[in-house]
Ligand binder design. Structure first.
Ligand code: DX5
Ligand code: ZN
Length: 219
């Protein structure tokens, strides 16, 4: 199994000091998870391309951009062109996910497909060869600090079976409520990339929290 990836989510960081907050985890994190919300796809609003662009210049960490927005066709390629490592958009917001994945890869990024709490995974399994990451929400998308929903790991298990059977090169990422008491069950279900907001930025030592989480996921 590949080495697990831990991606701190800056949604739980201090937005007045984003560059400093990124520096705090830079030596420990694999990716930086950046939640873009538009107050339409989800009832919350965060940051957009101008802030992401500035933040990209402030760190060497690969950006894992999670677009919780409507009309990702219009906006997602801009994040790839700006230099994001991985750009993930929601299946619920896109009527041709494969075409958008192709555009993202053409723009030099990895392509990610996100599945929200109430969306079944089965219709999307056949699309996975077009993607580099599959983000399975373990909460309802929109806010940090929510409780992990263990039943959603059934989707991780189904995706893991499909990925292994097809020998696909794809990260299965979980997002929502990932912490020291939940990451092991997510890893056991087959996830190999882990987003953590509260569990990292709510810790006294965020870098140590990242290392601790990775250690738990590795076992
Ligand atoms: C919420 C975001 C998450 C959020 C997770 O919709 O996608 O990335 O930051 O926060 P925690 O880790 O606190 O559940
Ligand atoms: Zn996220």
């Amino acid at each position: 199994a590949p080495v697990p990836i831990v991606a701190p989510s800056i949604l739980s960081a201090d937005f007045a000091h984003l560059a400093d907050e990124v520096k705090v985890v830079e030596s420990a994190a694999d990716w930086l998870h950046v939640d873009v919300m538009d107050n339409h796809f989800v009832p919350n609003l965060t940051i957009g391309l101008p802030v992401v662009r500035s933040l990209l210049a402030a760190t060497t960490l690969p950006f894992d951009v999670h677009l919780m927005i409507e009309d990702p066709r219009r906006w997602a390629p801009g994040y790839a062109e700006a230099g994001a490592y991985n750009v993930t958009f929601h299946a619920e917001a896109c009527d041709n996910p494969v075409a958008l994945a192709r555009d993202l890869r053409a723009a030099g990024a990895k392509a990610g497909l996100a599945i929200d709490r109430d969306t079944p995974i089965e219709p999307y399994l056949e699309l996975l060869p077009s993607f580099d990451t599959l983000l399975i929400m373990t909460i309802k998308a929109g806010f940090g600090g929510q409780a992990f929903i263990p039943e959603l790991l059934d989707k991780v298990r189904a995706a893991r079976r499909h990925v292994d059977a097809g020998h696909l090169e794809l990260r299965i990422e979980v997002d929502g409520g990932i912490a020291a008491d939940t990451i092991e069950q997510a890893a056991a279900a087959g996830a190999d990339a882990f987003v953590a907001g509260t569990a990292v930025y709510g810790a006294a030592d965020p870098a140590e929290a990242v290392r601790h989480l990775r250690g738990l996921a590795e076992r």
